[in-house]
Write a protein that binds this ligand. Structure first.
Ligand SMILES: *Cc1c(COP(=O)(O)O)cnc(C)c1O
Length: 454
């Protein structure tokens, strides 16, 4: 029997990212400008560096990872794949449960996998400052670390509810040299507009994105960067699945039966799942399951249509599952899963039936988190706990049907900065907020009616 922890050596860090766009049967529909015309590279040039724009639209299957980025990865990569033997015992399941541990990165989540290449390409183009938003603070900390690594200044608009709930993430970002603002701020038009309507706004990822984009395009020699949703981000995260595939082989697994990830904007799930898409397309029986919170049920309750990625409509529209760009989810503790939209690639795969989606309320998610912490010893991020809950339910199904499946999930991050959420759970103060249908209808009414015919 193989070890419970499967390590690779530094030389095994993938040389290339996998770009699933090359293997899509139906190519993605283009991003659209508000006038309905496709947005081209020139529309993105004030926002992103050229290399990132190229990757965003690339149809090449494999894209070289620069040596400097692979070197930077060596601080924590390759990350271990671990078999959750103690969790299996507690569940009395015949299933084999593995988790890819992305919590071991310096920033504590998978987000550094894309923060480092993004900072690198900006630096290479001579950019001096990166501006971004952060929800729960994970993206902000990743980009703060990556910015100082490659010698860039870093400015972060942090969603106010997280700024208040998670001061330690802010301090971590500041330790790595970044400047942080609680969004909505009165530093931008986008922020001022929101505050005029609702001075007590707790903010949302959509609002913070608008502020960061505005600050980046109006600032001197600065660019914006995004930690999820976009194609290049999903591609950078493919390193998770590529390593997982090697590690499963070492563990003696012929194939994973089910791969699970939590979905905020879709990048960690894309990262672990997309490298298995070619095998699935060739007919291998591999289920890919994305798990989201029922308070922000984009894939399970949103329509698949063109919408803006941000509150102030400053970015082109993309076709995705969406709850509406003005949708502000309730203040659940999985702050990283509070985004109104999802990756267009992931959305299309869900629409085509290649990928499944499921939603859970936060109480059962925290039940799963605590069981995982007590069995495997790792305190998961509330976001990652959605994937754990998904994996536990699959493992219980295996117990009931006596099936020995190989279940793999992505542990996208640790929860060391989420102890306030754990306290709420442990003291019975956590409540499950059901998404109000009227609120959803209201937000969807603001989504423009738009489509693209090839
Ligand atoms: C940001 C974050 C997520 C959600 O983002 P995705 O792009 O959907 O991966 C999930 N887990 C953790 C730990 C995060 O930091």
């Amino acid at each position: 029997m193989a070890d419970n922890k499967i390590f690779l050596s530094e030389k095994d860090i993938p040389q290339k990212w996998y770009n699933v766009q090359a293997d899509m049967k139906n190519k993605l529909l283009p991003p659209l400008k508000p006038d309905g015309k496709p947005a081209g590279p020139e529309d993105f040039a004030p926002v992103f560096p050229m290399e990132i724009i190229k990757q965003e639209m690339s149809q090449e299957r494999w894209i070289e990872i620069p040596d400097e980025v692979r070197e930077a990865f060596k601080v924590w990569r390759p990350s271990p794949l671990q078999r959750a033997v103690n969790l299996e015992k507690a569940l009395k399941t015949p299933a084999r449960i593995y988790f890819k541990n992305e919590a071991v990165s310096p920033a504590g989540s998978h987000k550094l996998n894309t923060a480092l290449p993004q900072a690198y390409y900006n630096k290479k183009q001579g950019i001096e400052k990166l501006v971004t938003e952060t929800g729960a603070g994970q993206w902000g900390s990743a980009i703060a670390f990556a910015s100082q690594k490659f010698g860039l200044q870093c400015e972060v608009y942090m969603v106010k509810i997280s700024f208040e709930q998670k001061p330690y993430r802010r301090i971590l970002m500041q330790t790595w040299g970044a400047t942080i603002y609680a969004s909505p701020t009165n530093r931008t038009n986008a922020g001022r507009n929101v505050l005029a309507k609702d001075p007590k706004s707790l903010g949302s990822l959509g609002i913070a994105i608008s502020e960061a984009v505005e600050a980046a395009v109006t600032g001197k020699n600065s660019r914006y960067c995004l930690g999820s949703v976009l194609n290049h981000v999903c591609m950078h995260q493919s390193i998770i699945g590529l390593e997982t595939e090697m590690q499963l082989k070492i563990a003696g697994e012929k194939k994973p039966d089910i791969i699970i990830g939590c979905v905020g904007g879709g990048s960690n799930f894309a990262g672990i799942a997309f490298p298995f898409i070619p095998r699935k397309m060739k007919g291998e029986d591999i289920t890919l399951l994305g798990v989201e919170p029922s308070a922000c049920p984009t894939l399970t309750r949103g329509p698949f249509r063109y919408d803006f990625g941000d509150e102030a409509k400053s970015m082109p529209l993309v076709k995705m599952y969406t709850l509406g760009h003005s949708f502000v989810p309730s203040g659940i503790h999985a702050g990283g899963l509070r985004y109104h939209g999802d990756s267009p690639i992931l959305s299309q795969f869900v629409n085509e039936g290649l990928i499944q989606a499921k939603a859970y309320p936060q109480t059962p998610v925290f039940d799963a988190a605590v069981l995982f912490a007590r069995t495997e010893g790792i305190l998961p991020a509330p976001e990652s706990a959605h994937a754990i809950k998904g994996a536990i339910d699959e493992a219980i199904k295996c117990r009931e049907t006596k099936k020995e499946k190989c279940i793999v999930f992505c542990l996208s991050g640790h929860g060391h900065f989420d102890l306030g959420a754990y306290e709420a759970y442990l003291t019975g103060k956590l409540n499950d907020v059901n998404l109000d249908e009227a609120k959803l209808k209201e937000a969807l009414a603001e989504v423009p009616v738009m489509d693209f015919k090839r």
